[in-house]
Design a protein around this ligand. Structure first.
Ligand code: BYC
Length: 314
């Protein structure tokens, strides 16, 4: 069959909401787009463990520590599901991880900002996981089966993360004036980077149109960002803290919040490696990876031994 016919059959399946599975024919560009997005997503989960991991030993109570520990471990699990989903597209996990560690691969801009106080852990759960859910729930309906199925569990866990973050914020906002001030300060620092998580505006997003045609993405970056603002702004009112945007106003006509301009220069600087913590994050990841070398070697040795035993028993 000609490539053109194969492409038509492929697109007809996508249009009919029939999932594409690893052994199905797919355009090379579809495969490459998925590898790019899924691996960047996996890297984000793994690097996302670092800013929060910094607070495990400093959580203010045993209950908070247990919650945070569980959340950080969940992120590691998400990374594993996603690397496994990427491997179904014919890439090696070790190669993907090497691209992260040598600085060639992208991961979410948000994880290049520092966690300065305990309130940042609340703000990350509330805002960063909140933004992640908004972006990732539609991915449960992604046209590629393994990615869509991985996202179902990821999203369930992310909603627990969002709630634990909001509860931390609620506790701080109902606490002493100093605690409320910490919550406000964390919101001031995490608000704009959270909006940047959704990616560039639609007219500056080179991948969106094609990814939407292929039903990898179901909504555009701007649509999801708007939904996030609409849901989050009233939550800040409940907390009694103020979103750091003088232009944020409810628009009766559109039934959405209007909001101010995002500093895209800052976003692209972070993507280029010049955010506040890019270098530190890569250094920490490389150190952790090198420290884990003996574990990988032991696992490989065990697998080889098992194989040998099987072969000699046969
Ligand atoms: N940071 O054409 P566009 C999480 C890149 S949540 C860095 O719109 P696309 C977590 C983009 O990759 C975070 N790079 O691209 C939460 C592209 O570069 P290349 C991870 C960004 O793919 C809590 C270029 O800009 N979530 O993990 O159509 C705790 C042009 O953009 C960013 C996901 O990965 C950014 N914020 O749309 C722990 C969700 N935004 O590759 C962990 C899955 C854009 O062309 N990913 N870029 O050089 C997606 O939904 C989409 O990939 C995006 C971007 C919406 C992020």
């Amino acid at each position: 069959m000609s490539t053109k016919s194969l492409e038509e059959i492929f697109q007809a399946k996508v249009d009919a909401e029939i999932r594409i599975e690893p052994k199905d024919w797919m355009p090379d560009a579809y495969r490459k787009t998925l590898i790019r997005q899924i691996s960047q997503h996996a890297h984000s989960e793994i690097v996302g463990m670092l800013p929060e991991g910094n607070w495990v030993t400093r959580a203010p109570s045993l209950r908070r520590k247990v919650g945070l520990l569980a959340k950080v471990q969940d992120e590691a699990g998400h990374g594993l599901y996603l690397y496994a989903a990427a491997e179904t597209l014919g890439v090696e996990r070790a190669d993907l991880v090497a691209q992260l560690h040598n600085g060639k691969a992208k991961y979410s801009s948000i994880f290049n900002y520092p966690t300065q106080t305990w309130a940042d852990i609340g703000a990350i759960g509330w805002l960063v996981d909140g933004a992640a859910i908004m972006n990732q729930v539609p991915l449960c309906r992604c046209s590629y089966g393994p990615y869509a199925r991985a996202m179902v569990r990821v999203c369930k866990e992310e909603s627990f993360h969002q709630r634990q973050g909001f509860e931390i914020m609620m506790t701080l906002c109902n606490g002493t004036p100093e605690q409320k001030h910490m919550a406000q300060d964390a919101l001031n620092r995490w608000w704009w980077p959270s909006l940047m998580m959704f990616g560039p505006n639609d007219d500056e997003s080179p991948n969106s149109a094609r990814s939407m045609k292929w039903k990898i993405k179901r909504f555009s970056n701007d649509e999801l960002r708007q939904r996030f603002v609409d849901i989050t702004a009233p939550q800040a009112d409940i907390l009694g803290i103020k979103i750091p945007d003088p232009d944020l106003t409810w628009n009766e006509k559109t039934q959405h919040y209007d909001f101010g301009a995002i500093d895209w220069d800052e976003f692209y600087q972070v993507l280029k490696g010049n955010g506040p913590c890019n270098k530190q994050r890569l250094k920490t990841r490389n150190k952790a990876h090198n420290k884990g070398q003996w574990v990988r070697e032991a696992a490989m040795a065990y697998a080889e031994k098992k194989q040998q035993r099987k072969a000699s028993a046969a």
